[in-house]
Design a protein around this ligand. Structure first.
Ligand SMILES: C[S@@+](CC[C@H](N)C(=O)[O-])C[C@H]1O[C@@H](n2cnc3c(N)ncnc32)[C@H](O)[C@@H]1O
Length: 223
């Protein structure tokens, strides 16, 4: 792979400050700003999809306090939620009920996960991709696609160009620095260009809050 490698990216000043931002936010005890917007109904429906022949296993990257991972685990999936910040994982573990024996949390960086290739039937990302710099898209894709089994599904929730932070003026922009982190805002055309070489796009829809919800399956020919 050309361009940057995992070592470069985990030490990059932008991602270091982004990580500090998440860490401080979770520790502050204040409401966590991104926990308002979340389409649990879409995720529940998408997670109903059956996997033949074996008990399916799912991964949520950037799980935070486990909102998505819990939904996947309520379905049929044995589920692992990873986050590089420990505090929200501790909070999620405390909330874990007796019934959630199929739900596990691990502290790990998406760019350097401890899993072997092809470990998961389904991967969920609600809130990592849209904080990855455009120039680092290829590296992100390489790090996540290797984790999926052939035909594995990738469920992605990400900012569209319609998304506005509270109080943000309407203006054209496709990225911004905001409270110590980077946001990228995508069009349908751009997302299709990024993902369609690797994935069959099963559905893509934009919510009124300015998120794209994409359900895709890894192409069998993907190495
Ligand atoms: C916008 S929040 C979304 C959290 C969660 N998915 C939710 O919807 O509540 C992004 C989360 O991803 C985590 N994160 C960001 N970059 C990451 C990385 N490279 N590796 C692991 N976790 C990461 C952050 O710590 C944060 O918890």
């Amino acid at each position: 792979m050309s361009g940057r490698n995992v070592r470069d990216i985990t030490k990059d000043g932008l991602y270091v400050s982004q990580r500090e931002y998440y860490s401080k936010t979770y520790q502050s005890g204040d409401p966590v700003p991104w926990e308002g917007a979340f389409d649990g109904a879409w995720l529940k429906k998408a997670a109903r999809h059956k996997v033949k022949d074996h008990k399916p296993i799912a991964l949520e990257i950037g799980t935070g306090r486990g909102r998505g991972a819990r939904i996947l685990a309520e379905g049929e999936y044995t589920t692992v939620g990873i986050d590089y910040v420990l505090n929200p994982l501790k909070q999620a573990s405390i909330k874990k009920s007796e019934a959630e024996k199929n739900l596990f949390y691990i502290q790990a960086n998406v760019f350097n996960t401890p899993f072997v290739d092809g470990s998961f039937d389904l991967l969920l990302d609600w809130g990592v991709f849209h904080h990855i710099r455009r120039a680092d898209t290829k590296l992100f894709l390489a790090c996540v696609t290797r984790l999926l089994k052939k035909d594995g599904r990738f469920l992605l929730g990400c900012f569209s160009t319609r998304y506005r932070h509270p109080g943000e003026k309407k203006r054209k922009r496709n990225w911004m620095r905001h409270r110590g982190h980077y946001d990228r805002f995508s069009t349908r055309k751009e997302l299709t260009k990024i993902f369609s070489p690797l994935f069959i796009i099963n559905s893509i829809a934009q919510t009124s809050e300015g998120f794209y919800l994409i359900d895709m399956s890894l192409k069998s020919s993907t190495p």
